[in-house]
Design a protein. Structure first.
Length: 278
């Protein structure tokens, strides 16, 4: 592998919340240690559809996941499979949809919550959670610092070349409390504070880091459609690559080929979007 890379997905954070409320990420932009662009999701701007597109580089109309109620083992090549073809080691710390999309479906709450499979052609080291019982009064999301720690542990123990992390905390908070409220402001502040100590550590371990979301949310905590609040989020990059001018909008289908290009792994023929880092 030419480079090692970590993809951190904070579910459901709109552009305006990243830029207003994540003081550590924005401080690194001001210091020149990170760059930030607007990132526009695919349609529908719903979580499962976006997860699948982020990692396969194809639209929901191609991969077939039309929403959270339509999760299955995807047939398209994806970032995990392409890193493996390039000889790299992969890992994921995420919601169970990621395991179902890229390893096996349906999710087994005993066998799939934690696995180490060195011969897997997709995810070698997985730490997954299902959020079973989630609802308006039950957040059911793990502590994010535990998720960040789990990813770091996989990197140290197994020498990951590529690792991805997904947390649903802020998406769940937005659905519960909506936006422009003390609860949401504080949740973003806490997330930024918990994430911040890990980024320098990951960089010292030799990783390039991308922090983004799958989609945004509107003022009522809704997403799925074309409204800019629902579709637009931010993408922060920590690393040595060159990128486009700051007013460029990154399309979601560019993420997969960009990751693979940075790592020196082969992009699948189905990944037609242009990489945004070089």
């Amino acid at each position: 592998m030419d480079n090692k890379l970590l993809l951190i997905i904070l579910d459901g954070v709109p552009w305006r919340n990243f830029r207003r409320l994540f003081g550590n990420l924005e401080g690194w932009v001001d210091s020149g240690e990170a760059r930030v662009w607007k990132h526009r999701s695919v349609l529908p701007s719903i979580s499962a559809s976006c997860y699948a597109s982020i990692h396969t580089g194809v639209s929901p109309q191609q991969h077939g996941c039309t929403g959270n109620g339509n999760v299955f083992r995807l047939s398209h090549d994806d970032v995990f499979s392409q890193v493996r073809k390039g000889g790299g080691v992969t890992g994921g710390v995420a919601h169970s949809f990621w395991s179902e999309f890229f390893n096996r479906h349906p999710f087994d709450p005993v066998m799939d919550v934690e696995y180490d499979e060195p011969d897997s052609q997709t995810i070698n080291h997985g730490r997954f959670h299902s959020m079973t019982g989630y609802g308006h009064h039950n957040q059911m999301t793990p502590s994010d610092v535990d998720l960040f720690g789990s990813l770091t542990n996989l990197c140290l123990r197994h020498g990951l070349d590529y690792g991805m992390l997904h947390t649903c905390t802020l998406d769940s908070m937005g659905h519960r409390y909506f936006h422009d409220c003390q609860e949401m402001d504080h949740a973003c502040f806490v997330m930024d504070e918990m994430l911040a100590p890990f980024i320098p550590r990951w960089r010292q371990m030799g990783y390039e880091v991308i922090v983004t979301a799958d989609h945004g949310q509107d003022a009522r905590g809704h997403h799925g459609g074309r409204d800019p609040l629902q579709q637009e989020t931010a993408l922060y990059y920590f690393g040595e690559a060159q990128g486009p001018c700051s007013d460029t909008v990154i399309e979601q289908l560019q993420i997969a080929p960009t990751i693979l290009t940075r790592m020196g792994a082969p992009a699948a023929d189905t990944m037609q979007a242009e990489p945004f880092l070089w």
